[in-house]
Write a protein that binds this ligand. Sequence first.
Ligand code: NDP
Length: 451
Amino acid sequence: MSVIKSVIDKVKQMDPDQAEFHQAVSEVMETLEPTTQRHPEFVKNSIYERIVEPERAMSFRVPWVDDQNQVHVNRGFRVQFNNAIGPFKGGIRFHPSVNLSIIKFLGFEQIFKNSLTTLAMGGAKGGSDFDPKGKSDGEIMRFCQAFMRELFRHIGAETDVPAGDIGVGGREIGYLYGYYKKIRNEHTGVLTGKGLEYGGSLVRPEATGYGTVYFAAEMLATRGLDFKNKIVAVSGSGNVAQFAIEKVNQMGGRVISTCDSSATVIDEKGIDDDKCCYLMELKNVHRGRVSEYTHKYQADCFEGQNVWDVIREQGIKVDIALPCATQNEIDADNAQALVQNGCVCVAEGANMPSSPEAVKIFQDNHILYGPGKAANAGGVATSGLEMSQNSSKLSWTREEVDNRLLIIMQGIHKSCLDAAEAYGKKGDYVAGANIAGFVKVAKAMLAYGIV
Ligand code: NDP
C-alpha cells in the first residue's frame, strides 16, 4: 500500500467522526504522491504520518453571562498544527457549526497556505461554537473576554498569533486583544487584524478579498483574459466577500450576487461601488440581513438558498465564480451548472468551498480553478506583514502594503504553476499549491530530527 493511502486510512480510522478533516487530508495527500518518489527521505522519516497529527489540540470551557444574567457555556478550541517554519498562525472562527473536525481541517490547510506565502508562519486555527448572530455588543464583549481568559496561556507573539475568520472581525479582535493586553500587561503583536490605532496594518481588512481577485486575475491572464465586463458571482457578504466585490468593481467586472446564511440576492445590474458601500454598512454596522438590500435596490431575493443553488436553478450566466462564504457551499450539481453556463474561472475566497466532486468537475472541464489555500492566502500574508510592522514598530503606507500583497499573490500563483510542472502536473493549481506548500515544511521538519 502507498504511504499516502495508509496515512489517509489511518486518519479516518483514528477519528472516524471528523469528516471535514478527512476531506482536507485526502485532498492534500492525494496530490502529494509524486513527492514520495522524488523525496524518499520524507517517506523514510515518516513526514507524511507526522504532518497530519497536530502538535497539540486544546478544547476548553467558555462560560459567559448574557444581558439577562443567564449563564451560558460554549466550547472553545485552539489547534496548533505545525510550527516548523514559524510561529503558529491562523484565525479564530465563531459559528455554531464549529467543532474539532472543522478546526482541524482549517488548521491543516493553514500549514500549506502559510508556507505558500513565503513568510515565516506555521499553521493553526481556533474558534468556538458560539453564535454571534443576534447578540448585543456587551454579550459579544463578555464572550470574547471569556474566550481569551483561557486562550491567553497558549498564545504569544513568538508562539501563536491568532486572527479573525467567520464571525470574528474588527470588533471581536478589539475585545480579544484588549483583554489579552489587560491580563498579560503587555502590548505585543499577539493577534492580527487589529485596529489601525493599536498596531493594525492598512489593507489587512481588504487583503483576503483583494488577494483572491489578484489571484484570479493572474489565472485569467494565462489565457489572455481579464475581469473587464465579466459577469462575476460572489457568495457571502462578510469580510472576504465585501472586499472581493470592491476589487472586482475596480477591475471592471460586474458582480451580480451576494448572500448570507439566510438568503441570496441577485442584482443583474451589478453591485456597484455605492451598493457595495451600502452592503458593508448593512453587515458591519447595522449587522442586518442581506435580504434588506432589496428594500433599497431593485434586485431579486431568494430566501433560504445559497448563491450556487440559485445560479443553477435560474440558469444564470456567470464568467467567474468567487465563493467567499463557507466550506462545501458548491456541490457537484452546482459545479456542473457553472460549467454549462460558461464559467471559465473559480477562485476560492473561502476555505474549501467546493466539494471534492465539484473540484473534479472543474478540473475535468479545464476551468481555471484556484483552491482556497492559494487564492485566499492574501489575508494571512498581510497578517504576516502586520507582524513584521509590529516587531519593527513601524507602519507602512496603504500603497506599500497593497503592492506587497499583489507581489505575494503573483508569487503564490507562480509557485503553484512551477511546482505543478516540476512534479508532472502542469497547469494543476491544486497539486501545485499542495506540493509547493508541503515541500518547504517537510524539509524544515526533516532538519529538526525527530521532535
Ligand atoms: P464573515 O463572518 O465576515 O462572513 C461570512 C459570510 O458567509 C457571511 O455573509 C455569512 O452569513 C456567510 N455564511 C456563513 N455560513 C454560510 C452558509 N452556510 N451559507 C451561506 N452563507 C454563509 O467571514 P469571512 O468573510 O472572514 O470568511 C469567509 C470565508 O473566508 C471562510 O471560509 C473563511 O475561513 C475564509 N477566509 C477568511 C479569511 C479572512 O481574512 N477573514 C482569510 C482566509 C479565508 P451570515 O452573515 O448569515 O453569518
